[in-house]
Design a protein around this ligand. Structure first.
Ligand SMILES: [Zn+2]
Length: 461
């Protein structure tokens, strides 16, 4: 089916909705063109009310707008799907009155009680949708009218508030006779490792609370059927994120849904990739500057590609709200007044908080488009993870993504060159040339490795 639909030409579809379409049998050669158009249209995240106490039963009602929504007395709601960035208050009476409970994650109503202690299952008559509460943070900022170098983050405040907090995580280990699934301790370690990375990269905004672990036995070796079986057997599913770890060889790829990841193994980067989708990231692609050919998911400077990496790229870190205002500098106004600008960047590294006065990124708002170009230095030095040399300069094109929902922040690597390059490099209408750097050497395994602390670039239009 994946072959019929040529998904390798449309990597953005290999997660979430496309998998659903394939599983429902909608993906045929005859309707693929029309289906693709449907699938790539951005979807408004909606609250969905379902019939049974697991997330796989039919949808009874769907609502996206904030405010009070009413259910008919006979509806018998048993599951509420809550998109990231929203909270839903469930009420036992019509018009959002009476006994209530507020949920901020998907909620299985068989396991949810109103304030009075009465079960909410089949008893919800109305519900109120609101934006999730936003707590003040040094990383969420607005750009003032006179701050010409400020780079606005168009990710919604309520979604940033919902992402940048403690994540409740439920782990479900799927087993099937005759196949191997990693041990729960191994899975817990991988989950913990990811959140160790998030703690640093998010500047301690994201943390982990494993709220439950469960091993479920499935009887089918068919990828889609087994996933549905596991979903039906999952208890205590009211978590920010549910991680399913599949038996080896059962599914050809890992994938992500709105609050779920399915992992075909415990490879760390697979996990960082799929959770990245849940957080709103799309794939990191690469455009060959000489041929214009695009290599899908070819960017090794982000987990959102197919190669080994050790971070998300700078446009993605910015979209997640993990950079401070002064760390990203808009260069349009300087170029407009002087014809060029010079800017000194420090490497992003693991995006740890820093007291350095140097910014990590320069941003060119591409005139006449809804795109911007992020110029950054991903790594201070070469390490064992990927082949990115210390001081290498990357230019990523990314959408501003006003009002984006779902897996939206995809990037296109437009240029990549060394800190010692003597040439100008064109990307999205500007020309970038390294004109200086600072570095020192360290000894690693008897070899001398250069560690870059800054790279100075001259950028002209
Ligand atoms: Zn993906």
């Amino acid at each position: 089916m994946v072959e019929t639909c040529l998904t390798y030409e449309h990597v953005e579809l290999e997660d979430d909705v496309f998998v659903d379409a394939v599983q429902s049998g909608n993906c045929t050669a005859a309707n693929w063109t029309a289906l693709r158009e449907q699938l790539i249209v951005p979807r408004t995240p909606a609250v969905r009310v379902r019939e049974n106490c697991n997330g796989t039963s039919p949808v009874l009602q769907e609502a996206a707008s904030n405010g009070c929504h009413t259910l008919a007395p006979t509806v018998g709601a048993s599951f509420i799907e809550v998109p990231i960035g929203k909270t839903v208050t469930l009420h036992a009476a019509a018009d959002c009155a009476g006994d209530s409970v507020t949920v901020e994650n998907d909620a299985n109503l068989c396991e949810t009680s109103f304030g009075s202690g009465a079960s909410a299952n089949d008893k919800v008559r109305s519900y109120r949708i609101q934006d999730a509460e936003v707590l003040p943070s040094s990383h969420s900022y607005d750009c003032g009218p006179t701050e010409s170098t400020c780079v606005k983050n168009y990710n919604s405040a309520s979604r940033l508030g919902a992402l940048n907090k403690k994540h409740t995580v439920k782990i479900v280990r799927m087993t099937l006779e005759g196949r191997n699934t990693p041990a729960m301790t191994t899975i817990r370690n991988v989950v913990g490792n990811l959140y160790d990375y998030y703690a640093v990269a998010s500047r301690n905004q994201v943390s982990l609370d494993i709220v439950g672990t469960q091993t479920v036995a499935v009887t089918s070796s068919n990828c889609a059927t087994a996933k549905t079986q596991a979903r039906q057997k999952t208890t205590n599913s009211n978590a920010f994120l549910t991680v399913y770890v599949l038996p080896g060889g059962m599914c050809s790829t890992s994938n992500a849904g709105s609050r779920t990841v399915n992992l075909k193994g415990t490879l760390f980067r697979d996990y960082a990739h799929e959770v990245g989708h849940v957080l709103g990231l799309a794939h990191g692609n690469v455009r060959d500057p000489s041929t214009g050919k695009v290599k899908s998911s070819g960017d090794s400077s982000t987990y959102m590609g197919i190669f080994a990496s050790d971070n998300y790229n700078l446009p993605q870190l910015h979209w997640l709200g993990w950079t401070k205002k002064e760390e990203i500098v808009q260069i349009n106004s300087a170029i407009a007044s002087n014809g060029f600008t010079e800017i000194t960047l420090r490497p992003v590294g693991n995006n740890a908080d820093s007291t350095s006065p140097l910014p990590m990124g320069a941003v060119w708002e591409i005139p006449g488009t809804d795109q911007r170009l992020f110029i950054s230095v991903p790594k201070p030095r070469l390490n064992g993870t990927n082949n990115i040399e210390g001081g290498n300069v990357f230019a990523h094109r990314a959408p501003k993504c006003v009002g984006c929902t779902g897996m939206a922040m995809g990037t296109m690597q437009m240029a990549r060159f060394g800190a010692k390059s003597v040439n100008e490099h064109e990307a999205s209408g500007i020309f970038i040339k390294p004109v200086g750097y600072t570095s020192h050497f360290v000894q690693v395994d008897g070899k001398s490795v250069e560690v870059f602390t800054s790279v100075t670039l001259r950028v002209r239009q």
